[in-house]
Design a protein around this ligand. Sequence first.
Ligand code: SF4
Length: 397
Amino acid sequence: MSSYPPSGPPQTTTLRQRLADLRGPAVPPRPLDARALAALAANPGCGRRALLDGAGVDKTALASALGTPAAFGQSQFAIVRGNSFEAKVKGDGGTELLRLVYERLGAGSEPPGGTARVPDLTAAGPDGRAGRTALALREATAAARAEGAWTFLDHPMLVLEVAGTPAYLEPDAIVVHPDGRWTVVEIKSFPMIDGSADAAKVGAAARQAAVYVLALEKTAARLEGAAVGHLALLVCPKDFSNLPTAAVLDVRKQRAVTRRQLDRLTRVEELAAGLPEGLSFDPARSAEELAEAVAAVSASYAPDCLAACELAFHCRQRAREADAVTVLGRSVRGELGMLATVGAALAAADGIRGPAAGEAADPTAEALHRAARLRAEALETAAAHPYQRPEAPECPC
Ligand code: SF4
């Protein structure tokens, strides 16, 4: 539907050709979805992922061709359970979902009652559905202003331009409040026990909601009186039941990180500029050639990649081979400062690695050495007096 074109400059022919060469001549570009865009924000320092996603490389096929296939995806049981929970939350014209939105984010408005609008969003193709959604949002905002109506949009279609091409995104729901505010609703099947859920899963849901908020902001910018809330609603099963409960997610930070990442993707040309001619991630190439191509792009592996990126097993293997401290997690990496390998950290703890002549002492290496000494002393004391609790050593920092 031409009434809802993605904005921004299209890719040039030269760039399109370069990206096609990177993917492989016969490989169509893989469109980005909300999960992939959200995962970009999970590792903002990784140039490898930014380039592969920007070029539309199929990372699942690439990981398999490298011999390290990704073990991704939900089980059939989890999918069925998720679908049935979502149907329950949205049943009866979204009554329960609207009640949760009103309860958590509806302060100052009239309760939705049974009068909420539920527009029909069916249309042909993703472009048609995106156009239909934009129209429904326009009408919902007008109805909110005119009569204070609530509107529930079930599986709307949003479009966000990424690296010059449209990415189609389908949030679980959007609610338009009587004050014209738009709220993204994410429905997940993991449980919220005693009011809190798995932090990693909540983080992933917040990053996904942030992608939808970014896409919605593009639409809202064209509509007078429309505003996108930076608070999204996460709906999950309560405790061990099938009853829905909800928590508010403030997605400002995730939105800022995702926006920065998308800007990097739009500069995919720059990312590709430093790569040698003829380099390609075509899964038809041999594993050795592909490993060489992947190694040519800098990466920033962290254990979180295992939950977010198809190349995680390959990158973890390479990081282990390089003895990189990144395999121990971002916080350890941050603590170790200039000590980039596990060997260097152990050498510093043993006091083997000292500053070279004329070099300033590394405070991280000194702190590690002191901590290792204190630990050895504490162990010696414990061995000498097995029934006596050792005194807590002086804090090394
Ligand atoms: S798995 Fe590799 S490519 Fe993917 S985000 Fe992590 S470091 Fe980057």
